[in-house]
Design a protein around this ligand. Sequence first.
Ligand SMILES: Cc1cc2nc3c(=O)[nH]c(=O)nc-3n(C[C@H](O)[C@H](O)[C@H](O)COP(=O)(O)OP(=O)(O)OC[C@H]3O[C@@H](n4cnc5c(N)ncnc54)[C@H](O)[C@@H]3O)c2cc1C
Ligand SMILES: *[C@@H]1O[C@H](CO)[C@@H](O)[C@H](O)[C@H]1NC(C)=O
Ligand SMILES: *[C@@H]1O[C@H](CO)[C@@H](O)[C@H](O)[C@H]1NC(C)=O
Ligand SMILES: *[C@@H]1O[C@H](CO)[C@@H](O)[C@H](O)[C@H]1NC(C)=O
Ligand SMILES: *[C@@H]1O[C@H](CO)[C@@H](O)[C@H](O)[C@H]1NC(C)=O
Ligand SMILES: *[C@@H]1O[C@H](CO)[C@@H](O)[C@H](O)[C@H]1NC(C)=O
Ligand SMILES: *[C@@H]1O[C@H](CO)[C@@H](O)[C@H](O)[C@H]1NC(C)=O
Ligand SMILES: *[C@@H]1O[C@H](CO)[C@@H](O)[C@H](O)[C@H]1NC(C)=O
Ligand SMILES: *[C@@H]1O[C@H](CO)[C@@H](O)[C@H](O)[C@H]1NC(C)=O
Ligand SMILES: *[C@@H]1O[C@H](CO)[C@@H](O)[C@H](O)[C@H]1NC(C)=O
Ligand SMILES: *[C@@H]1O[C@H](CO)[C@@H](O)[C@H](O)[C@H]1NC(C)=O
Length: 645
Amino acid sequence: MLALILAFLSASIRVNGANITDKLFPLGTTQLTNADVEIFSSLAFGVPENAVEMSSCRAWPGSEDWPSEDEWTRFNASVDGALLRPTPVASACYPGPSYNAATCRWLAQQAGRTHFWIDDPLSVLTQWPQGDTCAVSINPKGNCTRGGSPEYVVNATIVKHIQAAVNFARNKNVRVVIKNTGHDFGGRSTGAGSLSIWVHNLKSFEFLPNHTSDAYRGMAVRIGAGMESWELHNHAAQYNITVVAPGGSTVGAVGGWLAGGGHGGLTSKYGLGSDQALAIDVVTADGRFLTADPRTNQDLFWALRGGGPSTYGVITSVIMKAYPPSRLTSVSVQFSVGQGSTIPASSPFPLYNFTPPLNFTFPNITGSVETFWRGINIAYRFSPRVLAVGGYVYSYIYPLGNSSFTLTSSASIPDLDAATITSLMKPLYDDLNAAGINVTLPMIRTPPSSLSSGGGSRTGGGGGDSPINTRYRSRLFPRTNWENDDLFSKTMTAIRRGIEEGGYTFHGIAYSPTYKIAGSPGADSAVNLAWREAVLHGSYMEVQPSGLSAAQARERDAKARRYTDLWREVTPGAGAYMNEGDPAEPDWQASFYGLENYERLARIKARLDPWGLFWARTTVGSEAWEVITDDGYPGSQNGRLCRVR
Ligand SMILES: Cc1cc2nc3c(=O)[nH]c(=O)nc-3n(C[C@H](O)[C@H](O)[C@H](O)COP(=O)(O)OP(=O)(O)OC[C@H]3O[C@@H](n4cnc5c(N)ncnc54)[C@H](O)[C@@H]3O)c2cc1C
Ligand SMILES: *[C@@H]1O[C@H](CO)[C@@H](O)[C@H](O)[C@H]1NC(C)=O
Ligand SMILES: *[C@@H]1O[C@H](CO)[C@@H](O)[C@H](O)[C@H]1NC(C)=O
Ligand SMILES: *[C@@H]1O[C@H](CO)[C@@H](O)[C@H](O)[C@H]1NC(C)=O
Ligand SMILES: *[C@@H]1O[C@H](CO)[C@@H](O)[C@H](O)[C@H]1NC(C)=O
Ligand SMILES: *[C@@H]1O[C@H](CO)[C@@H](O)[C@H](O)[C@H]1NC(C)=O
Ligand SMILES: *[C@@H]1O[C@H](CO)[C@@H](O)[C@H](O)[C@H]1NC(C)=O
Ligand SMILES: *[C@@H]1O[C@H](CO)[C@@H](O)[C@H](O)[C@H]1NC(C)=O
Ligand SMILES: *[C@@H]1O[C@H](CO)[C@@H](O)[C@H](O)[C@H]1NC(C)=O
Ligand SMILES: *[C@@H]1O[C@H](CO)[C@@H](O)[C@H](O)[C@H]1NC(C)=O
Ligand SMILES: *[C@@H]1O[C@H](CO)[C@@H](O)[C@H](O)[C@H]1NC(C)=O
């Protein structure tokens, strides 16, 4: 083990001129030892080869198999008192000892403008998987219960805490969840009756100006697992570098984003989040702390990049590529049809990267609904030209009722001057004008600062994030669908149906993280190969209302399925983006991973985690387990985790 760690040589130096004495990140310098295990045998390491099947269900609070208070207390001591047993914060809104009207009002009206929800150990932003048992409400119905929230949380600040949590949970048959920011759309960071390993406070950052390995030589950064996009951008700006980071400012740069692929403003230029990783430190299901890189633990390194979150281990830190500063120039196009289409001020969707003024009324187009859709086809057909110069296009099509529709779209292009961008974009405006859509190419101005760090807000600081039940359904549309007039037209008709008939908001992000752009070591990873072929990550979005019955929830799934089936028909063999996909995606193994990758990933999972300790819905190996709920609500985490019989 020790040899493994010492073998991890990075030829890095600190910019301040000091020598690196510890090859490990500070958070990794204190690890779980045999002496700790001698004091408390529940912390014993696991041996995958000797794994025996644990009971058919995970331990359940209140039942005999649940660890005693005394055991939790001893466990708490082993993690330096970092064990939390939080009450759901919205209990302030409900009758009971925590009731507090002022706190409840603050949660409803103010908390989302602060970093509060991201800093809360229990909360997740998409609540329906929790069971909606304690949502913020000024006039709540019923009582607040813990529902699908974890029972205990380890507020980890060093590797040892994570090792202790992994070993304790495995030895005691307690369900584990891993939570970073809680941004997940599919309930993968929450679960009833669990011990949550909370990595949010692992915030370390280190600039490695000259990182050298077989696979890469150049600038890099080493970041702790709790780093958020905006924090990473701020660090990068300090060193006059750029990194690929999530577009959403409080999305974690190391958790679900990196493990699931992860897209950001420079993805067509430098690749996906997964493509950035050069070495990954991780605690595996046996409690051991390993480094995975192109030389050591290669299978694990391959799987951790694109093979899904919460499956192979708890990542503690990552070394990722860094680049010279990039400057992104955005050019937007908007048009509408119908009765003065207005984006409602209360728009439930994250308009990240594009912020029209609230209540902004878009100019009408002169013409019919058909003219609008002709314009849509022109705009989407154009996007590969933006991708070809390393850019991306971010768009929404809003159905506003009564045959009113609005397109908002913004092309962002790195490192080209205004004149080049103008001549690149002009044909789009010419074609739209020729089709009867009155849009004018704006005066292009490149941003003044050369420090613009590649998409995502540097200042966001986490405002604007509140729990909301956004539901995504995704498809990675391949380039071939753009290369043939007839197929392209069929593709756009399929997209139109769900917007026009289904009433879904469409969110399109055009990217092209090809193998060539992924480079080394990125191209050799578990990333869904559908990403490599894609020119558009398209999704239908809606808000799943609170208080649905299981039958109503299933009905909504079935309805969405009718429209996404049309996508599947025109893109046979393509896939979907797991992080912004449908938690109820049919054949998710093929869609989210690709079948060939899935088989290899399943073997790695079985070898490293024969206990099935790390479990989350739609992750590799998750078919073997299910959450048994009272109401049968599809995808709910509000119940006991048991083996599928
Ligand atoms: C407002 C918003 C904006 C978004 N913007 C983007 C975007 O620009 N690009 C993009 O690609 N996606 C984006 N997403 C989707 C995002 O990639 C997913 O929500 C992702 O799961 C978030 O990961 P997290 O670690 O921050 O969140 P969490 O909900 O905390 O975790 C997500 C998953 O990762 C696992 N996990 C977390 N940390 C670790 C760890 N250290 N080790 C192992 N497993 C871990 C969790 O168990 C869970 O399964 C956005 C989402 C939202 C809500
Ligand atoms: C770094 O290490 C070298 C060799 O051990 C030593 O000569 C030098 O003084 C050290 N520099 C600093 C800044 O500590
Ligand atoms: C864990 O220990 C710390 C420090 O003693 C204490 O503050 C905390 O309440 C304990 N956690 C639990 C769940 O008892
Ligand atoms: C809420 O809890 C109170 C006190 O325990 C109980 O009397 C009441 O019936 C509960 N209400 C509901 C809707 O369950
Ligand atoms: C978690 O630990 C960090 C670091 O010790 C501390 O600042 C923070 O307040 C803790 N969070 C909670 C909810 O206890
Ligand atoms: C980077 O490291 C390599 C090999 O260790 C060395 O040859 C090179 O001079 C270094 N470059 C800089 C800028 O320090
Ligand atoms: C930042 O780096 C770029 C190129 O990498 C360089 O041209 C520029 O001068 C640097 N800016 C500052 C403020 O150091
Ligand atoms: C758009 O057209 C509709 C119907 O012709 C009209 O009612 C509305 O006022 C127009 N809106 C704008 C912004 O011109
Ligand atoms: C948007 O319009 C609504 C309804 O007319 C109004 O209440 C709200 O204040 C407006 N918001 C802004 C930001 O103008
Ligand atoms: C659609 O038009 C009808 C009739 O003019 C009106 O009553 C209704 O409010 C409109 N709906 C929307 C969503 O604008
Ligand atoms: C096109 O839009 C511009 C600016 O909004 C306006 O001045 C012009 O009259 C419009 N032209 C037509 C043909 O509608």
